[in-house]
Design a protein around this ligand. Structure first.
Ligand code: NI
Length: 143
């Protein structure tokens, strides 16, 4: 790794011990890698929503397909912004519920707007927008 800077931080010992247990449970070998991932996650989450250009997000929706015209309304919204929708996957969870996962790509504001519109559609039971980053975003923070 190039251009590394060593930093020292002060933490309560109980907080550090909880952190160490937590990251060991997740399979991290070192605190440094866990902290780098936390920082990248914070930066991606807080900057992607507002950033222009090549932002990428995963939108998860759970809905009842018996809800009147709901599936059609969700499809209409995605067709209306077809340039933002890279791919969608539909899973029938059971007799009633469907899980739909869509990957959106575009300017942060537009991706957020469409994701929120899908989640706010009447009858959607649970929804979440998770931003990751386009090629450029993560390259900025690599060593
Ligand atoms: Ni289904």
């Amino acid at each position: 790794m190039a251009d590394l800077t060593r930093v020292s931080i002060s933490l309560e010992s109980t907080l550090l011990s909880e952190f160490d247990k937590h990251i060991a449970g997740k399979g991290y070998d070192t605190r440094s890698e866990a902290i780098r991932d936390l920082i990248r996650e914070l930066l991606v989450r807080d900057t992607s929503r507002k950033a222009e250009g090549d932002q990428v997000a995963v939108v998860t929706l759970v809905y009842d397909h018996h809800a009147r015209e709901l599936a059609a309304r969700l499809i209409d919204k995605q067709h209306h912004h077809h340039e933002l929708v890279i791919s969608s996957m539909h899973v029938h969870l059971g007799e009633r519920h469907c899980l739909e996962v869509s990957i959106l790509r575009g300017a942060g504001k537009e991706v957020t707007h469409l994701g929120n519109a899908l989640i706010a559609t009447k009858g959607v039971l649970h929804g979440e927008i998770t931003f990751t980053s386009g090629e450029k975003g993560l390259n900025k923070w690599r060593s």
